[in-house]
Design a protein around this ligand. Structure first.
Ligand SMILES: [Cu+2]
Length: 355
């Protein structure tokens, strides 16, 4: 029924438009073609002006409405370079945008059709052509050079003292791995992957793999002011480690190891204070549509001081011990996701366990 009403409405609207067009044809006949054309021209010129003013007002309103939804201050050194570039690109293109549009609409209004003047034929002007070609070319060249410089800094080899963290994307979660006390990641082999007790496919014959620490809850800990070197892998399809607050992202590609590095500038607590948002968390968002559960690939990052990071890391049990270790080790930490809450109550738990 509603389909019939909509069809009828559409047909009615067309009839009304057709009748209006016909009516205006009759006015032309009655009032004289030239008079109507002059009137229409004037109306169009004013409408163009109104369109421009309304457009500017809309732009301003959008800005007011959306400005609070922008990301907070960049939390990494690379992010600062990126922000600088974005800011200057917007300033340069913004100036050009406003100047050209003010001129465009002004001249449309000023030179609306009139009987009093005739159009001049003006073929070209070499000086003007050279100017409007070279000035944008130089401006773009400068922006591109800044971009290339930043790209080479971001893509450069990570500093030697970087904190090494491996991030593996899988449908649909992030698995975070630290190399453990030996500082060396154990060898992995995709044929050994097993969600029950070997989530990244560690080779247990490699002694370096036994102390590796793994978090399947997608929570990563980083240290303030220390470069973090992310070693990025994927178990299935292409994912992307997107870190909006650090202004960084990198594809996680199956079969290829990608990397990215940056230095966090603020701890999570400092960011909470800066944003005034008590619920602020650094987020790992998958920036690549990777399947039906893509939306659920949300990881988190906790940035803390070296001291707190060390204290936290010392409390962790290796993945091997969690799954194959002696009973008392397994009891100590069972689920990495609850370690945060347990931190304070650990002492009490230990007493209970002893009893
Ligand atoms: Cu994904």
């Amino acid at each position: 029924m509603s389909g019939f009403i909509i069809t009828a409405l559409v047909i009615l609207v067309f009839i009304v438009i057709y009748q209006l067009a016909k009516a205006s044809e009759y006015t032309v006949v009655i009032q004289g073609e030239e008079k109507v054309a002059a009137k229409t021209n004037r109306l169009m010129a004013w409408l163009m002006l109104a369109f421009f003013v309304l457009g500017l007002f809309g732009l301003y309103k959008c800005h007011i409405y959306l400005v609070d939804m922008l990301l907070p201050e960049s939390a990494s050194n690379h992010g600062d370079n990126y922000e600088f570039m974005l800011k200057w690109t917007l300033i340069v293109t913004g100036i050009v945008f406003f100047l050209t549009h003010i001129m465009l609409f002004y001249y449309i209004f000023k030179y609306q059709a009139s009987d009093k003047r005739k159009a001049v034929f003006y073929s070209h002007n070499n000086t003007v052509e050279v100017l409007w070609t070279t000035i944008p070319a130089i401006a773009l060249l400068i922006l591109v050079i800044i971009g290339l410089r930043n790209w080479s800094i971001m893509m450069d080899v990570a500093p030697k003292d970087s904190l090494q963290v491996e991030v593996t994307g899988k449908q649909f979660a992030w698995v975070i791995r630290y190399p453990g006390p030996d500082g060396v990641f154990g060898q992995t082999d995709f044929r050994l992957i097993n969600d029950a007790n070997n989530v990244v496919g560690l080779d247990w014959d490699d002694p370096a793999s036994r102390d590796d620490i793994i978090f399947e809850n997608g929570q990563m800990h980083l240290i303030k002011d220390q470069p973090a070197h992310l070693i990025i892998k994927s178990r299935d399809v292409i994912h992307n480690v997107g870190l909006p607050h650090f202004r960084m992202k990198m594809d996680a590609v199956p079969g290829i190891v990608t990397t990215m590095w940056f230095t966090p500038k603020f701890t999570s607590q400092e960011m909470i204070d800066k944003t005034g948002n008590p619920d602020f968390v650094y987020e790992i968002a998958c920036d690549q549509m990777c399947g039906t559960g893509h939306y659920s690939m949300r990881g988190t990052i906790i940035v803390e001081t070296q001291q707190r990071f060390d204290a936290w890391l010392n409390q962790q049990t290796s993945y091997y011990d969690q799954h194959y270790g002696e009973a008392e080790v397994v009891e100590e930490v069972t689920d990495p996701s609850v370690i945060e809450e347990e931190e304070e109550s650990n002492d009490e738990l230990a007493i209970v366990d002893n009893n």
